[in-house]
Design a protein around this ligand. Structure first.
Ligand code: AQP
Length: 332
């Protein structure tokens, strides 16, 4: 039997190229080596308010994007978290087994707290316990490997710690999963500020290229991407913005370091940006075309989601049953 992989994304906004290069594309490349389960984590999305109708719509949009980007729904499970009740059942059991201090140390939570205008009154408790739900998502399917971007490394460490703690308290119950980062593109930075990771929730109009952006917008965004005061690529010491553009190109092209150096060393920034734009447009074009087809056939999309959920439900039910038994929760 092949090892199992699990990963997910929030339907909290359009996917950007950071989500694609850090996670989704990696999933498409490794899916056939594993038993893959890919989730749309709507329960994570509601840790901040979402318009209900929009949220439901975004779940289907995200499913379509997974498939359009190359996830094979005949092979991989593609489903929405809320379709399987085991995620929240296991999350509660884990919440009780997770020390408060572990969650307080999560940098993503601390950053979001700092960003919130009126701090504690506007931050939902869900945002604090979100990493426990993430642990439940993964451990529910006894996943061996979790392919994510670099920003999720700390949450993955927590997931492993929760698995170890539960196993130590109640006996070996959960597989302790490994994190799998892509070799290039694990952290794509904002185009308007290359010191910040590209993020769905960042507000700036020139921050991110969305997977569904048309060529003219991609050209404009890359054209406005922050570089530095140098005129051309200093290969040995590129500034953060230039490095980010090179990473985007390398990640999409699959070029080696040597190919990159011989093509880009000394290249003027205008030409660098033209190269990156062309690479992005030609890489995203087939995804956008397939996405449009899938969105035009919602019945097919819903059949994928229903079929996947039915296929993986027994795995989730078996894990919840075992976790309840181990913790002494009552069932007659
Ligand atoms: N900038 C990035 N570079 C590489 N990988 C990234 N990921 C996110 N941003 C980058 C990876 O994409 C997956 C999406 O997970 P998510 O939907 O839970 O979103 P997130 O990690 O919280 O980051 P976002 O998309 O920017 O959303 P917000 O703004 O809500 O935080 C994960 O595998 C992540 O590592």
């Amino acid at each position: 039997m092949k090892p199992r992989i699990f990963s997910g994304m929030q339907p909290s906004g359009g996917l950007h190229i950071g989500n694609y290069l850090g996670a989704l594309r990696n999933w498409t490349q490794i899916q056939y080596d594993y038993e893959p389960i890919f989730c749309i984590v709507d329960q994570h999305a509601i840790t901040v308010y979402q318009d209900p109708q929009e949220l439901r719509e975004r779940c289907e949009q995200l499913a379509a994007l997974y498939v359009a980007a190359g996830i094979d729904p005949e092979h991989a499970a593609v489903f929405v978290q809320s379709q399987i009740p085991g995620h929240v059942e296991l999350a509660w059991i884990f919440t009780c087994a997770t020390p408060y201090g572990w969650l307080g140390r999560m940098t993503q939570f601390k950053t979001k707290m700092q960003q919130a205008e009126s701090s504690q009154e506007s931050i939902g408790t869900g945002l604090f316990v979100y990493p426990v739900l993430m642990a439940a998502d993964i451990l529910l399917y006894q996943a061996n490997i979790v392919p994510v971007g670099d920003d999720q490394s700390q949450h993955m460490e927590l997931t492993r710690n929760i698995a170890h703690r539960f196993n130590a308290l109640y006996g070996k119950t959960f597989v302790v999963p490994e994190t799998r980062l892509p070799t290039v593109g694990a952290r794509i930075m904002g185009l308007d500020d290359p010191t910040q990771k590209m993020s769905k929730s960042a507000a700036g109009p020139n921050h991110a290229v969305s997977l569904l952006d048309p060529p003219a917008r991609i050209k404009k965004l890359i054209g406005r991407a922050v570089t530095d005061s140098q005129p051309a690529v200093r290969w040995e010491r590129p500034g953060a913005g230039v490095k980010n553009l090179l990473t985007i190109f390398q990640s999409l092209s699959g070029w080696s370091e040597r190919q990159m150096e011989s093509h880009f060393a000394g290249m003027r920034y205008g030409d660098l940006k033209r190269n990156v734009t062309e690479m992005l447009v030609s890489s995203l074009d087939p995804i956008q075309a397939k996405y449009a087809d899938l969105m035009a056939n919602r019945d097919h999309l819903r059949r994928i989601l229903r079929g996947s959920a039915e296929r993986i439900a027994p795995i989730a039910e078996a894990t919840v049953r075992l976790a309840k038994e181990r913790t002494g929760l009552y069932s007659a």
